[in-house]
Design a protein around this ligand. Structure first.
Ligand SMILES: [Cu+2]
Length: 465
């Protein structure tokens, strides 16, 4: 494995590193995004979900005659019109009709099994060939068998689902939101817009709202103690107000609660919030006006305040929270209409996986912008929880594999990647993650690869870095 070069890992159907990438993948990564710092972009090796979850599931669903899977048609399915995500606890799945099966349904399988496999095929897409160079021939053979690669199914030649939609969190890595300076004040300018947004690559776009035309909005990042001025221009046809969540404001009129600390921002007008970034930690900003509706429609984003320190932000983090990190991943959940159960504005298989090399530490900043608690379950690798709402837990830091995150809360968890493999990573309220058509919603994967060069290769394959 030591002699493997990144080039060896590239799926043949992906562009050469550095070559212009005209496709959706490139477009999706052209904005700010994902993980800052070094982040974990996504890869799609997600058979994790397959390996970790599927074998244990013995589906007992029955398929009502009124809700049959569509008849096989073309190899490449058209987008399902207006598949409306649902947050009901019932059996209805918000996922669109999956790709049609290629070949016969294996003996003993149901249509559910075929649909469930198809979703994972979409998640992995044309990164599947890279698994061979990363995990070796034997593991690759098993994964290929699990996926049914011999079918030469359509998704083998398509980018992973998460690479076919804009991924703001991912592109934070490549083009973070950059302020201008007015003296010592960092000035950010953000618009509030009506947008079309894709929950995944197949569902019809939903009409929602976004900061800087993105859901989630751009991550605002600052260092503790810095003075910030953030201007929001309301391009909506309705009023709004913006709250920076978790901040110790000196001036309560900056708190962003219409009719308590300000009047709502009318359409066409700009409101400026100015405050000192404090305390350090994983914070958020979101609408605080008609918020059940506006946050549910996408007015939510991460606000990260790095600890003040003379050293770099990661060293400062290690000093304050007791553990450092090599990679960083922002994980904003939401669970209302019209998006349904989402991580960073997308539902599985369009959720970007967390990727790390063995031995690397990944900081995950869980942020719950929804209306219900979600217990995030990490397969195969322990989470070390070091902060709640930005505040260090210190000696109360703890290890776990399932971490409940309530609405409004932020928890920082550091995973030390210990075992290579494809590991499911999902909410453990089962109706949030699995339906008649297999997994959907609040599911992604932790992809642990043997060496850092594999991470780099995956990024290159995805057109990042
Ligand atoms: Cu959940």
């Amino acid at each position: 494995m030591d002699t493997t070069t990144p080039q060896d890992l590239l799926p043949p159907s992906l562009p050469e590193p550095g070559a212009p990438e005209p496709g959706a993948l490139d477009a999706s990564l052209s904005r700010r995004g994902f993980l800052r710092g070094a982040a974990l972009a996504g890869t799609g090796l997600v058979a994790a979900t397959v390996a970790a979850c599927a074998p244990a599931a013995a589906p007992t669903w029955t398929f009502a005659t009124s809700n049959p899977l569509p008849a096989p048609a073309t190899p490449t399915p058209a987008p399902t019109p207006a598949a409306t995500p649902t947050m009901s606890m019932g059996p209805a799945s918000p996922t669109p009709a999956p790709s049609q099966p290629t070949g016969d349904i294996p003996a003993g399988w149901s249509e559910h099994d075929v649909a469930a496999r198809t979703v994972v095929r979409r998640f992995i897409g044309n990164l599947a060939p890279a698994l061979k160079g990363i995990y070796g021939d034997a593991a690759f053979a098993r994964l290929a068998d699990i996926l049914g690669a011999a079918d030469n199914y359509p998704e083998l030649s398509q980018p992973p689902a998460f690479a076919q939609v804009p991924q703001v969190v991912l592109t934070d890595l490549t083009s973070p939101l950059t302020p201008t300076l007015d003296g010592d004040v960092k000035v950010f300018e953000i618009t509030v817009d009506e947008i079309e947004h894709r929950i995944d690559e197949k569902m019809a776009p939903v009409q929602v709202l976004g900061y800087n035309k993105a859901w989630p909005g751009p991550t605002i990042r600052a260092t503790e103690g810095e003075r910030l001025r953030v201007k929001f221009t309301n391009n909506l046809k309705e009023t709004t107000g913006v709250h920076f969540h978790g901040i110790d404001f000196e001036d309560f009129f900056m708190d962003g609660v219409p009719f308590v600390t300000q009047k709502p921002i009318p359409p066409g007008e700009t409101f400026t919030y100015e405050f000192t970034a404090s305390p350090a930690g994983s914070m958020m900003y979101h609408s605080h006006h008609n918020a059940t509706d506006q946050v549910g429609r996408g007015l939510l984003a991460a606000f990260i305040i790095d600890p003040k320190d003379d050293r770099d932000p990661r060293a400062a983090y290690a000093k304050k929270y007791g553990v450092g990190y090599d990679r960083e991943y922002t994980w904003i959940s939401n669970d209302t209409q019209p998006g349904g159960f989402t991580i960073n504005g997308h539902g599985f298989p369009a959720t970007v996986p967390v990727i790390a090399a063995v031995g690397e530490k990944v900081l995950i900043r869980f942020m719950n912008e929804g209306i219900m608690m979600h217990p995030w379950h990490s397969h195969g690798n322990t989470m070390r929880v070091v902060a709640r709402d930005g505040r260090p837990l210190g000696s109360a830091s703890f290890d776990c594999d399932t971490l409940g995150v309530n609405p409004g809360e932020r928890w920082d968890a550091v995973i030390t990647a210990e075992r290579a493999g494809l590991w499911a990573f999902h909410c453990h309220i089962l109706p949030h993650v699995e339906g008649l058509d297999g997994m959907f919603g609040m599911v992604t994967a932790l992809v642990v690869v043997p060496e850092k060069a594999h991470v780099d290769a995956i990024y290159k394959a995805l057109g990042i870095g």
